[in-house]
Ligand binder design. Structure first.
Ligand SMILES: [Zn+2]
Length: 274
């Protein structure tokens, strides 16, 4: 029998806790300011020898307060002119969202916690919210399975695959097994766009969730993520590990709407910068 994915898990109150528009604009502005810092050294992009680019957050990224954004000290007046996202984006914009491990295989649930919580159900709850929010903003959004047939030569303005990390808590680990990471492949036809997508997702997700960028746990599976090689080479793509099922479980399962909002703001930041 196939594994039953609990798609219906609901957390009272989270669905209706809409983030006020003013607050959303503050975060997006902070995201854009952060992206401007890309050009001023506030964010390092490290190119690894094996052909993968990883965004490394500046120390300023490590905000602890939630959801207060931590804009980098780059004055906006000196930043490149970055258009402010409009409330009604171009409906021609298409975004693909992969719900990690979803429906790909009856036995593939991703990480599994001792009490049965699976990565796929966490990923799906977040991914479906991201798609809903993108559609509310006026974008076309595709909710995709891990091995969705549509991913072959998939063309879109961006593709983001949503995964979560281990349920192990790794007591005593330094830094603690907590936080998110974002990665993309560098040997693509759109390296500038992918670097910007990674930077937007990283900065906006950190600003919205208050989470740290856990760079030193980026894995081979992220760096050589199979869908990077399925999609059309002009589609900017990134994979985000939204947090650890172990130590970040409360945020991931009790506030999926907040988590989704951080991803949406990263995507809006990226599209606005095009
Ligand atoms: Zn996964």
């Amino acid at each position: 029998m196939g594994h039953q994915i609990q798609h219906g898990v609901q957390y009272p109150g989270t669905e209706s806790r809409a983030i006020p528009i003013a607050s959303r604009l503050v975060v997006i502005t902070a995201c854009l300011a952060a992206i401007a810092s890309l050009f001023y050294g506030g964010w390092e992009t490290k190119v690894r020898s094996r052909g993968v680019v990883i965004a490394t957050p500046s120390p300023a990224l490590h905000a602890t307060a939630l959801p207060v954004p931590s804009p980098t000290p780059v004055p906006l007046s000196s930043a490149p002119s970055t258009p402010v996202p409009t409330p009604h984006p171009d409906p021609g914009v298409r975004i693909g969202i992969v719900a990690g491990h979803w429906a790909s295989d009856a036995s593939d649930t991703g990480a599994v916690c001792p009490d049965g919580l699976t990565e796929v159900e966490v990923n799906f709850e977040i991914a479906r919210r991201v798609v809903k929010k993108l559609e509310e903003l006026g974008y076309q959004a595709d909710l995709l399975e891990e091995y969705d047939a549509r991913l072959e030569e998939y063309r879109a303005d961006a593709l983001v695959s949503i995964h979560a990390d281990s349920c192990e808590t790794f007591p005593g680990a330094t830094p603690p097994a907590s936080g998110f990471k974002v990665a993309s492949v560098v040997d693509s036809m759109v390296p500038e766009a992918e670097a910007r997508l990674v930077a937007c997702l990283s900065q906006c997700y950190a600003a919205r969730t208050g989470m740290y960028f856990h760079a030193n746990s980026i894995t081979y599976d992220m760096l050589y993520y199979h869908n990077f090689y399925e999609i059309h080479d002009q589609t900017p793509a990134a994979i985000i590990e939204v947090g650890f099922l172990g130590n970040d479980r409360a945020l991931l399962t009790e506030q999926p709407d907040l988590v989704a909002q951080g991803i949406v703001e990263g995507i809006v930041c990226f599209i606005a910068g095009q």
